[in-house]
Ligand binder design. Sequence first.
Ligand code: ADP
Ligand code: F6P
Length: 455
Amino acid sequence: MSRLIVVSNRVASITEGKSSAGGLVVGVLDALREMGGIWLGWNGEIETEPVQLPITHSDKNIDFVTVALTQREYDQYYRGFSNGVLWPTFHYRIDLSRYIRRDYTGYRAVNRRFAQLLTSSVKSDDIIWVHDYHLIPFGQACRGLGIKNKIGFFLHIPFPSPSVLRTIPSHRELVESMCAYDLVGFQTQGDVQAFIDYATRYLDATLNGNTLKMGERSIKVGAYPIGIQPDQIKELSKESRYSKPLDALKEGLQHRKLIVSVDRLDYSKGLVERFDAFECLLEGSPQHRGKVTLVQIAPPSRQDVQGYRQIRRQLESTAGRINGKWTELSWTPIRYMNRSYERTLLMSFFRVSQVGLVTPLRDGMNLVAKEYVASQPANDPGVLVLSEFAGAAAEMQQGALMVNPYDVQGMADGLDRALNMPLEERKQRYEHMMGVLKKNNLSVWRDRFLNDLSP
Ligand code: ADP
Ligand code: F6P
């Protein structure tokens, strides 16, 4: 049987339990644990001199091959181009994008360095699966080194429409480099279409079924919405039911209703608009005052990128203003926490809440939305209020209460409806979403992608 080699910027063994938990690590870790293989990427450290030798270790079925970045590599590849240009642009925030040509050069150089690292471990029948926006030109770098294996690429974040993508000066080179892959996967059909639009309009590609032909190369494209393991999440959500933190949360609530939100502290997550919507609910529906609490868990992320420091300040002032205005001696409307929790605890918080509020302005998928549903008790499920701009909306729109995160009043109305929703309707919506989650679970995501890459 062929071995699987996963390549991504973050590698789970390094980040497990740390605040930078993101959808990629959570999704890939489970998939690779089940199947076994190699995971190659950054070890999360910054070294003053380039360290040529990778660090390797094995843990539960996975061999990890990781390297440190130099300060310059970190600044140019991670902080500069990946998170200063690709992340904002792909999330439609071109106002936050800061293109510097040498960052792009550094980004490509790190991709080449990672590809060189691969040459020492790759065997001829290995299958290589590359993840996310940090590594778009990785496949091309591998081909340059003579690696002929099947290489697939999966983008965890949205793929923007061509007019937005073209604001990145090196857009053409970037998308051309994606043609080195055998299969390119996206979260939704909308992302696939945006990629096809670009390739056919600007690269003279032709589409035949799910294959794009560009000059000599043919690449398959498709939507592979990442899933979760709903049964495992359900079990996790029950594990901490007698824990101290959950007791503390319940004690603080004093039988009030709970709206819960969990996100990395990122400007794409729509946190300010969400707080505004909660205030709008308190303003317009006095019956909720003193009766509902919003718990927002938001561990800081990428704090050395300017846009992130800005959103953090903005949120602090918004939460402070709202709490200053509405807090009573025995009730604080918004509990805003910049920390991360164990997964079991997070799922137990979801389980005891009445509403899961997930309102990104733009999101590749949003696994929290799926985890929220899977954590609910079937006999008394909470309601998912979901942004139409999360990738998860494509699968969950019939069960969730859909909102537009740019419409503060609309979100407040959605919250009001969710808080008052009768049990029967909640159960119906929950059953529908659970059906989807079971059908499109994490193993299905992995198997579909790998089967299409190497039938
Ligand atoms: P993103 O990849 O943009 O961070 P997702 O919602 O897709 O967004 O994935 C986030 C993942 O990280 C989820 O599995 C979620 O449970 C986990 N996570 C998010 N915030 C925390 C936190 N505060 N503590 C622990 N895990 C978290
Ligand atoms: O899933 C999106 C994602 O950007 C991952 O690629 C990443 O690992 C995660 O969020 C957390 O971000 P970072 O690795 O920059 O801390």
